[in-house]
Ligand binder design. Sequence first.
Ligand SMILES: Nc1nc2c(c(=O)[nH]1)N[C@H]1C(S)=C(S)[C@@H](COP(=O)(O)O)O[C@H]1N2
Ligand SMILES: [Mo]
Length: 503
Amino acid sequence: MESKRLGSVFGPLAMVAGLSIGHFIASVNSNWQSPLISLGNRIIDYVPPPVKKLVINLFGTYDKLFLIATIFAVVFGLSLFVGRAYLSGKRGVAYSIIAAMSIAASWAALLDARSNLFSVLPAFISGGTTLYVLRWLNQQGSESVDSGVEISRRDVFKAIGVIGAVSIAAMGAAKLLAQKASVQIERIKIALPKPLKFLPNPPVDPAITTPGLSPLFTPNEDFYRIDTSLAIPNVSTEDWQLEIVGMVDNPFTLSYQELIARPVFELDATIACVSNEIGGDLVGNARWLGVRLDDLIREAGASADADQVMGYSVDGFTAGFPVATLDGRDAMIAIGMNGETLPLAHGFPARIIVPGIYGYVSAVKWLTRIELTRFDIKHGYWISRGWSERAPIKTASRIDTPSNGAELPLETLAIAGVAWAMIRGISKVEVKIGNLPWREATLGPQIAKTTWRQWWIDWDPKKGVHVISVRATDGDGVVQPEAYVPVDPNGAEGWHTINVEVL
Ligand SMILES: Nc1nc2c(c(=O)[nH]1)N[C@H]1C(S)=C(S)[C@@H](COP(=O)(O)O)O[C@H]1N2
Ligand SMILES: [Mo]
């Protein structure tokens, strides 16, 4: 094989070897990140908001997959170039590109939230391994050329096989190590404290008899997940602490053991993402277990000048909301979700839950610090990116079943869904079919004003195409407005409307 084509094989091979070793090294220490993950996280931090918006519009929740695919494509392209340059004698060029990539990844690693000087190790070992493997492959190649035997396809496949196997072994070992060290095991062993008073057992869930209707409580594994982290932070309770600092008289710090030794209470609350479109599923309801947030802040002695409570995540994410929001409502530092210890994806070991306001201004996962501060001094992560500083959750209602565009048989069926107006509660839900007058839906249990409420009607349809809309009235008697308002900058408004055809 000629050197250009060989270079196109050796380059990517060396890069795969380098990256998988880097990945393996990163898994040894929970504060280190795989070089590609660090790079991806920096891209998420620095990509201009319009580009981010475009990507999210195009790819929705696959935005991260798209980012990873893009990074892979770029790295693959570079590796082709490096391989060809090296094999055609331009070693300086190959060395420089590998060095530049290692430096870029090191820089990315140093900006990781839990970085230290050693965080650059995975990137440098990746670069070193890539170089070493490239040299080795080239030597194999030139030895065969010296001995007059041209390197054959078989040799190339052998090299691919060996490096592939070593890389897979390294990734596998990394995974095993990560799992072993994993916080997951630690999490499962945690015995949650008991609340002073348990909430009553939930009533029979109407979703049992209405297929397609959202269950009253969203199972943890189905609960929507939104965050800026490429890899879910693995936070061990052993090196975790919660600080309450800032404009307070008595700043203090709690270990996990100290946190869960405090009085805990249960809260049924629905949380929602500001990015949830009309009819969207970035909303879920859970029974949370946690420690009262207002008590903690009172103990710290918040200064009268502070007007914002800012939560910080171990991954650098921040979200802030008005001190005035803590008006007696059951805001908490949550440690449990639906009877389990808080899942890793939802913020283990602890997160903030504030009923009635969107997640991006409150629900910090992997929480590690609460700071009393001022809106004119500090802003949370999404505020400088164009989202509103204050964001109460808007009244909304959603048709779960039938689904939009469904073709339905000519028989009695249920139109059903959920409606929410956290804190205010839901007093009425109405459904409009075509030009018929609004029909009042049957409401499911209102277990708390901080949760959504299920609703349904029976419908005897006629053949043909039907337009179905839903609107909710909150506990204050305010009807959900019809006019469409986009999610940006503080949440969507408008009625959820679907089309179905009865055959
Ligand atoms: N650390 C961290 N916490 C975070 C976020 C984040 O990006 N990072 N996103 C917030 C947003 S925008 C929402 S809507 C909720 C989602 O919580 P969930 O993933 O448990 O549903 O988490 C909030 N907490
Ligand atoms: Mo969100």
